[in-house]
Design a protein. Structure first.
Length: 171
């Protein structure tokens, strides 16, 4: 009986060591709607391909179809690696928690999205030769909930690592 119990414990510990540490060893957390925490000025200066309110639109005078405009000149996405409190505070003016930059870094990813009612979830990340790849997935939901592309932001908070580049990959 003792052999069976010890064998069971050994199998459980082996599975924990094999699968428990590989997926998120950098304690990464993805915040799916970070645009609500970011300075409007910063978002305006860092547009991506998406629709934005037309600042020149005048209700009742302008063409009703011109109240929003598509920005086709901007890049598809933008990524920022934030490693200090000063830089973070300039961007995240409405964030009410703290980041310990002695132990953590923040990655900001801005892109055009069509699913404002859905969340995205962290899948995994890999780090190789100072290149970080962050894999994420969209919440599964049935129905017609897509809209025109709008500017969406992810904030990923993770343990401090030395990186030169970041790539976001949807799975």
């Amino acid at each position: 009986m003792k052999k069976i119990i010890l064998s069971g414990i050994f199998i459980i510990l082996s599975l924990c060591l094999t699968f428990g540490c590989g997926c998120n060893k950098y304690n990464a957390v993805l915040y799916s709607h970070a645009e609500k925490w970011i300075s409007e000025d910063f978002l305006e200066k860092n547009r991506v391909k998406a629709y934005y309110p037309n600042k020149d639109y005048i209700e009742g005078e302008s063409d009703p179809w011109e109240d929003i405009l598509y920005d086709k000149e901007s890049p598809d996405s933008r990524t920022f690696i934030i490693t200090n409190q000063y830089e973070f505070a300039k961007i995240f003016t409405k964030y009410d928690s703290t980041v310990d930059f002695n132990r953590q870094i923040v990655i900001l990813y801005i892109f055009g999205d069509v699913y404002p009612a859905r969340d995205y979830f962290f899948n995994k990340l890999t780090l190789k030769e100072q290149s970080l790849k962050i894999y994420y997935r969209l919440e599964n939901r049935k129905g017609d909930d897509a809209t025109m592309p709008y500017q969406r932001c992810f904030m990923v908070k993770l343990d401090k690592v030395e990186i030169m580049s970041v790539e976001f990959i949807e799975k």
